[in-house]
Design a protein around this ligand. Structure first.
Ligand code: ZN
Length: 79
């Protein structure tokens, strides 16, 4: 049985000889895992931002709060 490496499309034999199957090598496995992790990370963080900003929120009010928080942080680091 032959399979194509999902990362670089190199054809390999599905056997004990290929430790990282279906990937051809460890590098391809890590690349694929990295891409998966990026996507998995992006989806919940995007949803989280929507949860933080409901449709009925006052944008100017939020910006004022953020400006105030930033000023407080500046004061904290300067003192
Ligand atoms: Zn590969």
């Amino acid at each position: 049985m032959k399979v194509n490496c999902p990362t670089c499309k190199t054809q390999i034999e599905w056997s004990e000889a290929y430790e990282f199957r279906p990937f051809c090598c460890k590098r391809c496995q890590l690349i694929d895992l990295g891409q998966w992790a990026d996507e998995a990370h992006a989806i919940p963080s995007d949803k989280h931002q929507h949860d933080l900003l409901p449709d009925n929120i006052d944008v100017e009010e939020v910006e004022a709060m953020l400006a105030k928080a930033a000023k407080n942080a500046d004061d904290f680091f300067q003192s």
